[in-house]
Design a protein around this ligand. Structure first.
Ligand code: NAD
Length: 260
């Protein structure tokens, strides 16, 4: 369905981003991967995606807290793949603490990686989409782009910001063949939330498994984690022609969290 499209996916060395990379490659898209991690593991994943799906898969290790490196990431994608048709702004970090105890440098880092990086990627990628007359920009927000939780000031501010940025880009690109949407997952079991599960397990004297379940049930009526494959399937749909009139939205995929 996405044969020959060129996709940049930030934060695609693990978790949700890696699953999106697998799903887009499965539809025939060429990929530019990005994110941190063990070089050997990154290269293994890159080579496996290319081999299994017969697509070009490149990797760029840009640190998304650095605007100059973000420009380099988009330039590297254009040179390796020949353009950018699909941009998935997915990289993200977390820190939990009350506002009084929140380290200012963690605030700055979360705003830079979870929010500002999406401005910079879009700023550099959009001209390529306009030239092609087609594009898909999909921003990984969170339920915290729609509602708040205590201890998550920077994360909630950044994710609300990304929902706002999504709407503006959608308005500026409306009718051009380009859409811009955000999706808003509830709890997904990835590296990002392991520290929160560990803290809950320790606090209640539970196993990691029980701690995870306790954490999910507190907010997510389904009582079940969302899988990375379920999220990736939504992204494939948003890239399809069937979704050409879906733009400027923030789509919850959250087991009922934000229905309450
Ligand atoms: P993850 O930790 O597995 O993935 C995060 C990715 O971002 C990794 O590839 C990491 O290397 C990359 N990254 C972090 N800092 C970076 C930087 N400075 N420069 C470049 N890459 C960087 O976690 P995940 O759960 O897959 O998170 C992906 C996205 O999903 C994030 O935006 C997160 O906020 C969002 N999200 C996660 C959940 C959840 O429950 N796991 C829920 C809602 C939203």
């Amino acid at each position: 369905m996405l044969q020959g499209k060129k996709a940049v996916i930030t934060g695609s060395t693990s978790g949700i981003g890696l699953a999106i990379a697998r799903a887009l490659a499965g539809e025939g898209a060429h990929l530019m991967l990005n994110g941190f991690g063990e070089p050997d593991e990154i290269e293994r994943n890159r080579a496996e995606l290319a081999r299994e799906h017969g697509v070009t898969v490149a990797y760029n290790g840009a640190d998304l807290s650095k605007p100059a490196e973000i420009q380099g990431l988009i330039e590297a994608a254009v040179s390796a793949l020949g353009g950018v048709d699909i941009l998935i702004n997915n990289a993200g970090i977390q820190h939990t603490a009350s506002v009084e105890e929140f380290p200012p440098e963690r605030w700055d880092a979360i705003i830079a990686v979870n929010l500002s990086s999406a401005f910079h990627t879009i700023h550099h990628a959009l001209p390529h989409m306009r030239a092609a007359g087609w594009g898909r920009i999909i921003n990984t927000a969170s339920v915290h782009g729609l509602v708040a939780s205590a201890q998550k000031s920077a994360y909630t501010a950044a994710k609300h910001g990304i929902v706002g940025l999504t709407k503006v880009v959608a308005l500026e690109t409306a009718g051009s063949g380009i859409t811009c949407n955000a999706f808003c997952p509830g709890w997904v079991r990835t590296e990002l939330i392991e520290p929160q599960i560990a803290a809950r397990a320790e606090q209640l004297g539970m196993s990691m498994e029980e701690g995870g379940r306790n954490l999910v049930l507190e907010k997510q009526p389904s009582g079940q984690f969302i899988s990375v494959e379920q999220l990736a399937a939504l992204i494939v749909f948003l890239c399809s022609d069937a979704a050409a009139q879906i733009t400027g939205t923030a789509i919850p995929i959250d087991g009922g969290w934000t229905a309450q």
